[in-house]
Design a protein around this ligand. Sequence first.
Ligand SMILES: C[S@@+](CC[C@H](N)C(=O)[O-])C[C@H]1O[C@@H](n2cnc3c(N)ncnc32)[C@H](O)[C@@H]1O
Length: 241
Amino acid sequence: MSSWNHVSRIWLIVTETPTLNAPQKQAIFRPEVYEVNTVQQAMSVTVTAEAGTSTEERWEKETAFLLEDIGRHLELDQETCVLDYGCGVGRLSKALIDEYGCRVVGVDASKSMRLLAPEYVLSERFTVWSPDVLAKMVAKGFRVQRALCLWVLQHVLDPAEVVQLIGSALSDGGLLYALNQLTRCVPTNLGYVNDGKDVEAELDKRFDILNRSSLPAEVTTPQIAQASRLAVMRKPEAPAE
Ligand SMILES: C[S@@+](CC[C@H](N)C(=O)[O-])C[C@H]1O[C@@H](n2cnc3c(N)ncnc32)[C@H](O)[C@@H]1O
């Protein structure tokens, strides 16, 4: 499973319109962009200021929408344990625990996010693991009925691997709520690049899609709404042997 040291040596092909005989540009994966020193910095790199909006405004309005929408689709209560894959500093983990009283296992590849998240979430109902620990726990039988993955899959080096890991942590029939940008946006030494990988196709391979929409423009900017894709999915039941 990915850890920063391992993946940072892998090269990406940047998808630019190739001209005959012109060498393709290559970019080096730079996930260290998610290593931060403070909660404030974590907020700024995970929910970025964009044209027409700020980190603070997105944090407030988008989080309020997601809290309600996730609660409605995933039907959370005190008995539920939710996997928040790519939890960052725990924006939704905290909101979900405070509102629904559920338990949350946050997973993030950034060590500093994992160190800062408990400080931000401030709840005994929150635990945070690295992707490697999640994979080991899954191998030992750890499963959840509910998972979310918000603004993560467009940034990971290998979406197929991450979708597989999330799927392996869900019980059969379990629900996944995902929010992504429609185009890939991978952090590299050349800035954020689109490597052309198809996140939706990876999700379609492993999940039944129950609902597909985008963020409503009222809770963000028209540009972010248009570039977003929300999906609620179910992990299919394993066929009876
Ligand atoms: C844009 S932020 C979103 C954070 C959070 N989901 C939210 O909406 O506030 C992306 C997060 O995914 C994490 N991340 C990136 N690649 C990952 C991977 N392969 N496995 C787990 N987390 C990853 C980053 O460290 C970062 O915290």
